[in-house]
Design a protein around this ligand. Sequence first.
Ligand code: FAD
Length: 297
Amino acid sequence: MSGIIKANADTSGLTLSFEFFPPKTPEMESQLWEAVDDLAGWAPSFVSVTYGAGGSTKAPTLCAVSRIASQTTLTPAAHLTCVGAACEEVDAVVAEFAAAGVKHFVALRGDPAGGIGTAYVPHPNGYANGAELVAGLKRLGDYEISVSAYPEKHPESADVDADIDMLKRKVDNGATRALTQFFFDNDHYERYLERVRAAGIDIPIVPGILPVHNLAQVRKFAGMAGASVPDFVVARLGTIDDDSERRFVAAAALAAEQVQDLIRRGVTEFHFYTMNRSALVSEVLRRSGFRRTDVAA
Ligand code: FAD
C-alpha cells in the first residue's frame, strides 16, 4: 500500500481544484460563469480551463482564464496542447496566457489530429509529447506545471510502464503535479500510485473525479479514453438515466463514496471534472464532508 492508508476520513487540510471547458455559445457562457461563481465557495486551490487540441479553443480559453484572473479571487490554470503546432506557435500562446495573468499550465500533448484511435504524428517543428512541452514551458518562465496521468493506461501506450516512463520524463522536466484521467474503481488508482512511487516519482498524483451527469456520454468517452466504467456504476446509474432527480441523488452518492474512500486511502487533493455545472459537484463535496467557505457553519 506504500503507506497511503489513513485510519480516518477527515476533510480538513484537503485541497480541491475544478476543471471547466471554454463555452461555445452565449448560453454556455452563462452556465460557465454561474458554475465558477458557485464553486468558488469551496475555495479551490486553482481552477483550470481546457484547451482544444490544435489550438481550436485558443480565444475562448484565453478569454475564460483572463476573466478568472482579473475578475475573481480564484487562481486560473490554462490547459495547453502542442499537437499540430510548431514550438514557436505554442510559445506565442504561452506568452498571451502569461500576459493575461496565467502562472500555472496543465501541459498536454493533445489527441491525434485524426481523432482518438488514429496514429499521433508530431508536428515536424513541434513539441513531440507532454514531456517536451513541459521542458519548453520551463524554458519560457518559472511556471507551475501540472500534467496528465492515466491510472488505467493511456490508450496509445504499449503498457503502464511506458506511461510511467513518460510521467517520469515530465517530472524530470519540471512538472510538479499530475491530474489523472477519471476512473471509478479506486483500486486502479491505488495500484497505479504504487507503481508511480516505485518508479521514484514523488509529485502529487491528484485523482480526477467525474460525477456522472449522463452515463451514456461517460461510457462513450471512457471507451475512447481507455477508462473503464465498472458494472457497479452501471448497476447504480444505468436504469435511471432519464429521471433527473433520482439520477442526481444516485450520481452524487456514488461520487461521494468514491471521494470518501480515497480520503480513507490517504488522498489529500482532488480534481473535479465539472462539465461546467456546479450543483452535482457541490452535492458530492457536501456529502463527502467538505465545508463551503462562503456560508456560516
Ligand atoms: P503524453 O503524456 O505525451 O502521452 C500520454 C501517453 O501516451 C504516454 O504515457 C505515452 O506512453 C503514450 N504516447 C504518447 N505519444 C505516443 C506515441 N506517439 N506513440 C505511442 N505512445 C505514445 N486534451 C485536450 O485536447 N485539451 C485539454 O485541455 C485536455 N485536458 C486534459 C486534462 C487531463 C487531466 C487529462 C488526463 C487529459 C486531458 N486531455 C486534454 C486529453 C489528452 O490531450 C489526451 O489524453 C492525449 O491523447 C494525450 O495527451 P498527454 O499530454 O497525456 O500525452
